[in-house]
Ligand binder design. Structure first.
Ligand SMILES: Cc1cc2nc3c(=O)[nH]c(=O)nc-3n(C[C@H](O)[C@H](O)[C@H](O)COP(=O)(O)OP(=O)(O)OC[C@H]3O[C@@H](n4cnc5c(N)ncnc54)[C@H](O)[C@@H]3O)c2cc1C
Length: 367
């Protein structure tokens, strides 16, 4: 079967990879818009602490974290060993005692059924400092050893490369869609048709633009995230845990003496690709509150990403009604680096007539 995947963020890359593994004739086209979410995402994989209780969504979030083990092993077997994934553990803290107790209750309940989480334990202030040295010394914490971080700037291209090694075609271009009767047709930037039995739109925050000519009012909107990168020259940060305060900010370290602090969640800014004074102030304030030990760090860069934000927490995953050959995958919001590889596998299954591995009925495209 000929399948065209539009968008090679974490979701499209995974979809294409799974289709190529299944022997299909895959074309992946990506415009790499400024603000592509996958290039900006922090990369925390730790679903068990989330305050979101919506059962179907949480099931997918947890399945996403679990699937990483298999994905990383499969990619490694294909020679893709450099994906920035490591189980470094998470240190979960909160300023408010009730928030802290709530986090402990959720972690205890959820990690029991998730052996990949490694369980959880309450740890002292000193132990928390061992796991994340710059942390505010006032925090005792819960520790989740199976939490991970991933560098999606490495993982998504690794999946695309693996797909190409299996015969997929990949190029950069802006695709447009049109209807011919009830069937969707995809066209490249020169107006040439990209022959497809199925077209899968994984176009993130830009999806409504490509779907509009089909008469679809796609509800996913861009949510701007400004995320700061700090450098700690000469410090080995490669094994530092993720720091997850039960607030909207978080800290995650990478191999190259780097700590990333995220992020703003700005709705109604459209595709305004700018670092703003207010955004910097917000993230810096949170960084120094939770980790005063970063005061002397260098500021390396601020990345901007447009999260594909759905209404509520509902992603959109499935075949579009009333249009033949069109599948839509989108709306992974702030959790796409965790859910994306697993969700891409589900999109590949749907495209090839197999049933999804988790219930997706609530997430079907509606119009
Ligand atoms: C600051 C920030 C921090 C985050 N931190 C985390 C985290 O710690 N953990 C976590 O799980 N998630 C996190 N996320 C969320 C995650 O990054 C996103 O949910 C995920 O990357 C979305 O992936 P996507 O493939 O759907 O979209 P994108 O990565 O945005 O990719 C969409 C692609 O489609 C292409 N495209 C669009 N239209 C067309 C067209 N017409 N033709 C060709 N190509 C097209 C675009 O150019 C783009 O390359 C974070 C996000 C941000 C912004």
């Amino acid at each position: 079967m000929k399948v065209t995947v539009i968008g090679a963020g974490i979701l499209g890359a995974s979809t294409a990879y799974h289709l190529a593994m299944d022997g299909h004739d895959v074309t992946i086209v990506d415009q790499e818009h400024q603000g592509k979410a996958t290039l900006a995402g922090a990369g925390i994989v730790c679903p068990w602490a989330t305050k979101v209780e919506e059962p179907e969504w949480y099931q997918m979030y947890a399945a996403g974290a679990k699937y990483y083990e298999q994905l990383i092993a499969d990619l490694s077997d294909r020679g893709e060993t450099y994906v920035g994934y490591r189980k470094v553990g998470a240190v979960v803290v909160a300023d408010d005692p009730a928030e802290f107790a709530g986090a402990g209750e959720r972690l205890a309940r959820r990690t029991t059924d998730a052996p990949e989480s490694g369980g959880m334990e309450e740890i002292s202030e000193a132990k928390a400092q061992e796991y994340f040295p710059p942390i505010n010394k006032k925090y005792k914490a819960f520790y989740v050893p199976g939490a991970a971080r991933v560098n999606a700037r490495e993982l998504a291209p690794a999946m695309v490369r693996a797909a190409v090694a299996l015969g997929a075609k990949f190029y950069n271009d802006l695709v447009t869609l049109q209807l011919e009767g009830k069937r969707v047709k995809a066209y490249d930037g020169r107006g040439q048709e990209i022959a497809s039995d199925q077209v899968i739109v994984t176009a993130g925050a830009w999806a409504s633009q490509i779907l509009r000519p089909l008469g679809l009012d796609h509800p996913v909107k861009p949510q701007r995230g400004q995320i700061l990168h700090f450098g700690l020259q000469g410090v080995d940060t490669s094994r530092w845990s993720v720091l997850l305060p039960m607030a909207s900010h978080y800290l995650v370290a990478f191999d190259d003496s780097r700590v990333v602090v995220g992020a703003t969640r700005e709705n109604d800014k459209g595709f305004d690709y700018r670092v703003t004074t207010e955004g910097q102030h917000e993230v810096l304030t949170a960084a120094l509150h939770h980790a005063p030990g970063l005061a002397d760090a260098s500021i390396l860069e601020t990345r901007i990403g447009f999260r594909p934000a759905p209404p509520g927490f509902n992603p959109i995953l499935g075949a579009a009604p009333n249009i033949d050959g069109l599948i839509i995958g989108n709306g992974l919001g702030a959790a796409g680096l965790t859910i994306g590889p697993f969700a891409g596998r589900q999109l590949a299954r749907i495209a090839t007539g197999k049933s999804a591995e988790v219930p997706l009925d609530a997430y079907l495209p509606t119009a």
